[in-house]
Write a protein that binds this ligand. Structure first.
Ligand code: ADP
Length: 559
């Protein structure tokens, strides 16, 4: 019993390990099928995205550099132009001429034909405003500039361009001032802020971009498009230039900064990365969605492919294993059969002799005087028992010889249904005694086949006998015959208890029996198996859906 349990768990373990092997293989195939297309897809998308971003960055850097250079040149030229024009006038005219009423207005008109300046003033060496033409006459007429920074600077260096400052007029403005060659008076013009700001306004820095000028303290000299009032925090590095053009890359913006106005100002151009790359980000998002969709499709298709492939592999493996089992079984049967037949052959002769001798001694007893024989009755009983047991043993040895019996030369043309009917006739009485019905479901159009009818009948008898034994009392055996794919099939389905999984595997093993000692030998089905195999057919057993066993014997049509 213990051995039996151990065998079950070993085979259960085998099944389990096979299942886990298939599950592992399934996972592996699945992974390979998915990763092989998806990894290159992701890689291509990643490199394409990086390549596009990098080339955009390179292109924008070049554009920003050339834009910053051209703007700086334009603005520097504009300021220098105003300064040089003013210096030219200061050299051309003397203080007296300029101070003569109406002359400063003439000069203002000459210089301002494009609206470049808003006012013009003449200031003496001591800082007092001597003559003025422009809109702020009331504010500035009597002012003295001796203490202002710009006045000190212009007196010292001969010319000066200021930062944006509010001054006495209370409005942000830039002034350009020059002295006469002997530095005894100053000619000062105020730059038109709107015109000046427009020099930067048209700069192409893209959506979300900005362009402005900073002084050395980081104060804005022109308005910012984004409404900045001071240098953004964290971008102080923009000021730390030696005047040359530098490209500065922050988290979300690309800056070009360059010194101008003798490095007293910094021109800053900014391109917003996120806004400029918005189209690219949209395209990248769409690409990612497409890749995700493709991945999903690959996932579904691979799942389907792997499943069907693994099912096929599993099916093929199972078929192969069944074939191995059958081959192993046939070899085992052939070996055991040969051994059994040899043993039967050897035992048959001594049995014959024992039987004959017992019969002869029994006959000799007839010649004896019964009065002389005290135990005559006991002798006769003993001889009868010897003959019975010898007969039983001979039956077994004769059956065992079935393993080696050749089928050559004994084949005849038979109708399988007739053979079934003959077999049933042998056992019908016994079946009726046990209230077991034998039903037929025979195909009347079966062709005749050439086979060994005696041995085939032994097979049918054995199967039918077993079915009646298994049912015991009250039940039915249904025998069906049919023609399928060039093979004749005869099925015996009984209403007995059926067989356990383990017994199903062993039922054709020699000496496997569940019958009690003395009533079963366990060789009937193994002999049947080797007979049917020799006849070129096969025999299988399974449990029926409604219980009971179904034995199916198949036979080839050709001899
Ligand atoms: P024996 O009948 O001498 O035991 P067999 O080789 O004919 O030897 O049968 C082997 C065993 O197969 C039987 O002991 C029985 O357990 C089982 N068997 C055969 N046919 C049936 C059946 N129809 N239903 C249930 N068990 C069966």
């Amino acid at each position: 019993m213990k051995m039996y349990t151990a065998t079950i768990s070993a085979s259960a373990l085998k099944v389990r390990s096979r299942e886990s092997y298939y599950a592992r293989q399934k996972r592996l195939f699945f992974l390979v099928i998915i990763l092989v297309p998806i990894i290159p897809l992701l890689f291509i998308s990643w490199t394409a995205s990086r390549f596009y971003q990098q080339s955009w960055m390179d292109k924008t850097t070049v554009e920003l550099t050339s834009l910053a250079n051209s703007r700086r040149e334009i603005i520097d030229l504009f300021l220098d132009n105003q300064k040089n024009t003013l210096a030219g006038y200061a050299e051309l005219y003397d203080f007296a001429w300029l101070n003569t009423p109406g002359n400063l207005e003439k000069l203002f008109k000459a210089m301002n034909h494009q609206g470049v300046i808003v006012d013009l003033g003449l200031i003496t060496q001591d800082g007092s405003h001597r003559s003025y033409t422009g809109p702020f006459a009331d504010n500035l007429k009597d002012k003295n500039y001796a203490k202002t920074r710009w006045f000190a600077e212009v007196m010292q260096s001969g010319n000066y361009i200021s930062d944006v400052f509010t001054g006495y007029r209370g409005v942000p403005h830039i002034i350009v001032a020059v002295t006469d060659p002997s530095r005894s008076w100053v000619l000062r013009a105020t730059i038109n802020s709107e015109l000046f700001n427009s020099l930067l306004a048209g700069t192409e820095v893209g959506p979300g971009g900005d362009a402005f000028i900073l002084n050395q303290q980081g104060e804005l000299q022109t308005p910012s498009r984004l409404g900045l009032t001071a240098l953004p925090l964290g971008e102080e590095g923009l000021l730390a230039t030696d005047g040359s053009l530098t490209i500065h890359h922050s988290q979300d913006a690309l800056y070009a900064s360059t010194g101008m106005k003798n490095n007293t100002w910094t021109l800053v151009l900014k391109t917003d990365i996120a806004t400029s790359l918005a189209d690219f980000y949209r395209a990248r998002h769409r690409d990612r969605l497409i890749i995700a969709g493709a991945a999903l499709l690959i996932l579904t298709v691979s799942n389907f492919l792997v499943r069907s492939m693994m099912n096929k592999i599993e099916g093929a493996d199972q078929q192969r294993m069944q074939l191995y089992d059958r081959i192993r079984n046939s070899e085992k049967m052939a070996l055991v059969g040969r051994m059994a037949a040899n043993v039967a052959h050897e035992i048959n002769n001594p049995l014959q002799i024992i039987g004959d001798q017992a019969g002869w001694v029994d006959e000799l007893l007839d010649d004896e005087d019964p009065a002389q024989l005290k135990n005559s009755e006991e002798y006769r009983t003993a001889f009868a028992k010897i003959r019975t047991q010898v007969k039983r043993a001979s039956t077994i040895t004769h059956r065992l010889l079935g393993f080696s019996r050749s089928t050559d030369g004994l084949k005849t043309k038979i109708n399988i249904n007739t053979l079934v009917e003959e077999t049933v006739s042998f056992l019908e009485k016994e079946a009726t005694n046990h209230r077991i019905a034998i039903r037929r479901n025979l195909d009347p159009d079966l062709p005749e086949i050439v086979t060994d009818s005696t041995q085939l009948q032994q097979v049918f008898l054995n199967i039918l006998n077993n079915a009646i034994d298994a049912i015991g009392n009250d039940g039915a055996v249904t025998i069906s015959s049919s023609l399928n794919e060039g093979q004749l099939a005869v099925e015996f389905a009984d209403s007995g208890p059926g067989l356990s999984e383990e017994a199903l595997k062993k039922v054709f093993d020699p000496f496997f029996t569940t019958k009690k000692a003395g009533s079963g030998t366990g060789i009937g089905l193994s002999i049947s198996y080797s007979i049917v195999e020799r006849l070129g057919g096969g025999i299988e057993v399974r449990n029926g859906k409604q219980g009971g066993c179904i034995f199916r014997v198949t036979l080839p049509m050709a001899a």
